[in-house]
Design a protein around this ligand. Structure first.
Ligand SMILES: O=C[C@H](O)[C@H](O)[C@H](O)COP(=O)(O)O
Length: 155
């Protein structure tokens, strides 16, 4: 797979490690910045990941910020991006297997290097299960997405 990797300054300390693990796992990393630890804005990097996935330049993405939360919120605003913050390995693979998650968000201020490596491996090794109940649920998510902004009266 081609795996886009991006970060803001909060995620920068983990980016090199993530890029290395992607390569060690036999995938092609695509480094979309940031390229230094200067203060920057995570939505800009969420957009870069989204563009890479939607244009077909990347199959999956890994997005790093301080907590993983801001990156995840921003990434999930992009149609076709299904992002999750996963700081345990069960979620990092189950998010792909059950929910077709295509972007893993990590908080470099939360997880250390060794856990980050395991999370990235779990994410990359997982595949969407294709079991009927998961396909059905994912399709429901796609339907919500196609509606655009969901107002309280819609739910
Ligand atoms: O969710 C947001 C991210 O964790 C950012 O990396 C974080 O808010 C950056 O914080 P600061 O600008 O205080 O370094």
């Amino acid at each position: 797979m081609r795996v886009a990797v991006a970060c803001d300054h909060g995620g920068f300390p983990l980016k090199a490690t993530v890029l290395r693990v992607v390569q060690e796992e036999g995938h092609e990393p695509l480094d979309l910045g940031a390229y230094d630890a200067q203060s920057s804005d995570y939505p800009d990097y969420a957009l870069k990941i989204g563009e890479a996935i939607l244009s077909g330049k990347a199959d999956r993405g890994i997005l790093l910020c301080g907590s993983g939360v801001g990156a995840c919120i921003a990434a999930n605003k992009i149609q076709g991006v299904y992002a999750g913050v996963c700081h345990d390995t069960y979620s990092a693979h189950q998010g792909v297997e059950h929910d077709d998650m295509n972007v893993l968000c990590l908080g470099a201020r939360i997880v250390g290097e060794e856990l980050a490596k395991e999370l990235v491996r779990a994410f990359l090794r997982a595949k969407f299960s294709q079991e009927e109940r998961h396909v059905r649920r994912v399709q429901k998510v796609r339907k919500i997405e196609q509606k655009g902004a969901v107002q309280p009266k819609d739910v």
